[in-house]
Design a binder for this molecule. Structure first.
Ligand SMILES: *Cc1c(COP(=O)(O)O)cnc(C)c1O
Length: 411
């Protein structure tokens, strides 16, 4: 007799066969099938252990299965899972207060995925343009950066400069203009009377952990203030401890008008995103103008409160700053001549290979065989972003494998 359990996949190969056959091929994952995880380490279905050096694109900043976050989720799961915003729930208010306080802002608008958070910020900026700045109907313009990554909706990919993200998905939403990342003069020149916002990543993650020139964000802040344009910081990947600060903008001493948060905000358990800003922007929303069935749900809010509590200790930011500085310095010192550049901030590192070497993907596959999981981006860059609970011993162990794998990229 064939039971459901007998039919169940057992080996990694069998699992991957199912994925190949039954799922859309919109990703090209490394061939590892994770079954369990704790802290900075994951275990595959065969029982092999790997150091997670991607941390789900920084959604796992606090490590896999952080006890305080899992407990918050379990407790709320037993109490109430969903009310919708048609009613109140007893986690929503406290979450918004705690997150607003962490950001030193007046209010929070919660959503689920990062892309929804970005869409929410764009709507907020347009609405502010019409209702507060006095932009003529349907004329609002938002400036974005070349090589940006802000998510996958049609509007968002419409202002991507990556052909892979855009091609065959048009027609796109009008009202966006692109300037080069790091060029504040280009930003100033692009601003006209209809410009409502500048959307920027404090460090460009998907572009390859690109750190902007010193002073860029400060100059952006100054131009936006002087020209009455909202500065929107997409801190979905850069924020919440990743760069050694609660917000990556802090490194430059800059406060944006709107923060977009996601990824780690849900503790790696739930998709939780939010736009955080002051009353003069988010306060303009009226009932019925925006929403989400699951946005602000009690489980998300309970986890989000626990995330804010972890960030308040400063322990994750400190570990990221200290270990990150040491790791980047050591990697730079030991980098073989296949490496063009090691860049990053905190525990967020991009290793750029010289052109004509093996693709970064091949290095990631080799590292997987050595017990390290990380991800290539844009063919020549390996990106490392371990959970912020990673230890110096873990990273020393990793360096002993990363350096030879980089050297082997020559052949
Ligand atoms: C991941 C990411 C997004 C999109 O978040 P999703 O949850 O995947 O929709 C947006 N902006 C940045 C900077 C990101 O890294």
């Amino acid at each position: 007799m064939t039971t459901e359990t007998c039919r169940g996949p057992v080996t990694s190969e069998q699992h991957i066969e199912l994925v190949e056959r039954y799922s859309a091929h919109n990703y090209h994952p490394l061939p590892v099938v994770v079954a369990e995880a704790e802290g900075a380490w994951v275990t595959d279905v065969e029982g092999n252990r790997y150091l997670d050096m991607l941390a789900a694109y920084s959604a796992i900043n606090f490590g896999h299965g952080h006890p305080a976050l899992v407990q918050a989720a379990k407790d709320e799961l037993d109490r109430v899972t969903l009310t919708s915003r048609a009613f109140h729930n007893d986690q929503f208010g406290p979450f918004c207060r705690d997150l607003a306080e962490l950001c030193d802002k007046d209010m929070v608008l919660p959503m689920n995925s990062g892309a929804e958070g970005v869409e929410t910020a764009l709507k907020t900026a347009r609405m502010w343009g019409y209702r507060s700045k006095g932009v003529a109907e349907d004329r609002a313009k938002i400036i974005v950066c070349g090589d940006n990554f802000h998510g996958r909706t049609i509007t968002i990919v419409g202002f991507s400069t990556d052909p892979e993200a855009r091609n065959d998905f048009g027609p796109f939403t009008p009202g966006f203009e692109t300037v080069q990342y790091g060029d504040v003069d280009a930003l100033e020149a692009a601003i006209d009377e209809n410009t409502v916002a500048f959307l920027v990543e404090p460090i460009q993650g998907e572009a390859g952990v690109k750190v902007p020139p010193e002073g860029y964000l400060k100059a952006v802040r100054e131009v936006c203030t002087r020209k009455n344009v909202l500065m929107i910081a997409d801190e979905i990947q850069a924020g919440l401890g990743r760069t050694g600060y609660t917000f990556a903008c802090e490194h430059d001493g800059v406060v944006p008008d709107l923060y977009i948060l996601g990824k780690a905000l849900g503790g790696g358990i739930m998709p939780v995103s939010a736009v955080v800003g002051d009353r003069d922007t988010l306060g303009l929303f009226r009932p019925g103008e925006h929403g989400s069935t699951f946005g602000g749900n009690p489980i998300a809010c309970a986890i989000g409160r626990a995330v804010v509590a972890l960030l308040r200790t400063g322990e994750f930011q400190r570990n990221s700053a200290e270990l990150g500085a040491w790791f980047i310095e050591t990697l730079r010192a030991q980098a073989p001549d296949t490496v063009a550049e090691v860049r990053g901030r905190g525990l967020w590192v991009g290793i750029q290979l010289k052109s004509g070497r093996k693709p970064a993907r091949a290095v990631c596959e080799e590292l997987m065989r050595e017990g390290i999981l990380c991800k290539d981006t844009h063919v020549t860059t390996i990106r490392l972003a371990p959970p912020l609970v990673v230890t110096k011993e873990d990273l020393e162990w990793a360096l002993e494998r990363i350096v030879p794998a980089l050297a082997a990229a020559a052949s």
